[in-house]
Structures are given as structure tokens and as C-alpha cells.
Design a protein. Structure first.
Lengths: 212, 10
């Protein structure tokens, strides 16, 4: 555990909590892609199956349970409790174009051809692209609420901090996981355009809106 | 350590 890893985890946690609170307080999931949230729930479910097979640490177990719990709570709020506010017409990204290739890739390129390892690999690949339905939705409507942009910033920052964590671990522990690193780079790159808009617009007090 | 062991990172 190093400072980048810890702050990365906390940034991830902050993102998840921000989204849950935004939906809960406003009693609305307008502007939020339910498809991205289903993908994240799928990511956590397939990645944290090792909860049943091995114990790493209390921190590890607690965070995994919180992430999974919050992911399903978010999906529940969007598709059940506040379903009337869900903007399904703008959430039109075809997720099968992500899930099918990612499934194929995780069977082809993995560390070990075992069910748990393939599912872990699937979750890593899927997480790297799971935000695309949300970004697609914003590009379609041309705007995002400020609180939604804070959520996206924390979510992008988390993976960027993990990149520093992997650099740290490579230098000081000789550890590296090529699958996680490549997917993490892809994931972080997908946020770059958004990071630029966040810094140039949102941090200067303007609403994030894209030119028509 | 086996790769199929539990993962430390989240």
C-alpha cells in the first residue's frame, strides 16, 4: 500500500458516494447513464469473486463489499426507485459492442486460463471502457450537471492515481501486472478529453456544456 | 504466489 494506491481507492470511493448522494438527494437520476452503472456492477461482481476464495486484509474485504454494495444500490435507484426520472432515450449506447469483444479478449489474453482469472481479466478490460455509455450520453445531450462532472473527475482520477501506484510498485517492489497496466492506461486516456473540459470549464465555475 | 489467488488491488 502506497500513497497513490490509497488516494486512488479513496477517490474511487468518493466518486461512488457522490453519485449515490446526487441521485438520493435530488430524487432523480437525470443525466446518469444506467448502462454504465450496470457495467460497473458487473465489473465489481466478476472481479471480487475472490472474496469467497481468499482473504487479503480487512481493508481489502471491506472496500470490495462497499464497492459492490454501492454499485447495486446505484443500479437499484436508477432502474427501480427513481426509474421515472431515468433518461433512457439518451442512454442509447449499445453495450453489447463493449461486453462481447471484452469477453472474447479476456478469454484470449489472460494470466491463467481458469474461470476466476478469466472473470478477473474480463472485469479489468470491461472497467476500462465501462464509462463510455456515460460519456456518450453527455456528448449526446451536450451538457452535464456540475455534480455529475465531479463524479466523473473522481472516477478518472482514481485510475490515474493507480497508474502512479503501478509505477511506484514497479520501482520499489519489482511488481507489475501488464493486463492491469494496459487496461488502466486505456481507461485513463478515455478521461483525458473530459479532464480538459473539467479544468477549463467546471473549475472556473461554468457548467459543462459542449458546443452544438 | 499463484495468479489465481485473491487480488490485493481493488
Amino acid at each position: 500500500m502506497n500513497i497513490f494506491r490509497l488516494t486512488g481507492d479513496l477517490s474511487h470511493l468518493a466518486a461512488i458516494i457522490i453519485l449515490l448522494l446526487k441521485i438520493w438527494k435530488s430524487r432523480s437520476c437525470a443525466g446518469i447513464s444506467g448502462k454504465s452503472q450496470i457495467l460497473f456492477a458487473l465489473v465489481f461482481t466478476t472481479r471480487y469473486l475472490d472474496l469467497f476464495t481468499s482473504f487479503i486484509s480487512l481493508y481489502n474485504t471491506c472496500m470490495k463489499l462497499i464497492y459492490i454494495g454501492c454499485a447495486y444500490a446505484t443500479v437499484y435507484l436508477i432502474y427501480a426507485k427513481f426509474r421515472a426520472t431515468y433518461d433512457g432515450n439518451h442512454d442509447s449506447f449499445r453495450v453489447e459492442f463493449l461486453v462481447v469483444p471484452v469477453g472474447g479478449l479476456s478469454v484470449l489474453i489472460n494470466h491463467d486460463f481458469s474461470p476466476l482469472e478469466i472473470l478477473w481479466t474480463f472485469s479489468i478490460y470491461l472497467e476500462s471502457v465501462a464509462i463510455l455509455p456515460q460519456l456518450f450520453m453527455i456528448s449526446k445531450t451536450g451538457e452535464a450537471e456540475t455534480i455529475t462532472t465531479h463524479y466523473l473527475f473522481c472516477l478518472g482520477l482514481y485510475r490515474a492515481l493507480y497508474l502512479f501506484n503501478w509505477i511506484w510498485r514497479f520501482y520499489f517492489e519489482g511488481f507489475f501486472d501488464m493486463i492491469a497496466i494496459v487496461a488502466g492506461v486505456v481507461q485513463t486516456v478515455l478521461y483525458c478529453d473530459f479532464f480538459y473540459l473539467y479544468v477549463t470549464k467546471v473549475l472556473k465555475g461554468k457548467k459543462l456544456s459542449l458546443p452544438a | 504466489k499463484e495468479v489465481t489467488d485473491g487480488k490485493d488491488e481493488l
